[in-house]
Design a protein. Structure first.
Length: 203
């Protein structure tokens, strides 16, 4: 096999992988920005609920919590409510504050206020949404790191071998074939990751 064949092949592999990973990184970063914006909105609303139910916490303490810590506090707040009891077992003053937050939320969403019992279900829904956003972000970052790492390794190997392309006459098929197989795996993993991230419903 002509040595130029190995040169062009080893040149094509890093170029192709580089283009694919650039497109992937662009998409994932765009998706992460969308997730961050949605997470911030949910975080701000959850903070109001948590500060109302866990009244011993100060506002300046809540601002120090990251998303995972705020989710933990939301779980703690939900656990403090007893849906089987009148007014969730809260004192009148605390319940009025809680109901005021709920009314404000529904008005902002242009929804009809029908029953305070829906507060508990609404909090469960907020927990599901915030938890889902955190998981999607974690999964997207993990998958991006794997794709970047695998692709960078294959690109580095191709570049290292490139100066020795004229010595590949005896083992070129094996080396380039191996690179092609792992490149295909990297592309397939990247494609599946992008599809999985893209289809996630953030509602």
């Amino acid at each position: 096999m002509d040595s130029n064949f190995w040169f062009y092949t080893l040149s094509a592999i890093p170029q192709t992988l580089g283009a694919i990973i650039a497109l992937t990184a662009t998409f994932v970063i765009f998706k992460l920005n969308h997730i961050e914006e949605r997470t911030k909105r949910e975080y701000d609303e959850v903070k109001d609920w948590v500060s109302t139910i866990l009244w011993e916490l100060k506002i300046h303490d809540l601002t120090k919590f990251d998303d995972n810590a705020m989710l933990d506090k939301l779980n703690e707040a939900i656990a403090r409510l007893d849906p089987e009891k009148e007014k969730f077992g809260l004192e009148d003053a605390r319940f009025r504050q809680l109901n005021a937050v709920y009314e404000h939320v529904l008005i902002s969403l242009q929804r009809k206020i029908d029953s305070y019992k829906n507060i508990y279900d609404y909090l469960l829904e907020k927990r599901r949404i915030l938890s889902s956003l955190i998981e999607v972000r974690r999964s997207a970052l993990f998958r991006l790191k794997i794709s970047l790492g695998l692709t960078a390794l294959l690109i580095a190997i191709s570049i290292v071998l490139l100066p020795f392309y004229n010595l590949l006459s005896s083992c070129g098929y094996f080396i380039v074939g191996t690179l092609a197989i792992f490149s295909s795996v990297a592309v397939l993993y990247t494609a599946v990751s992008v599809w999985d991230i893209a289809k996630r419903n953030l509602r």
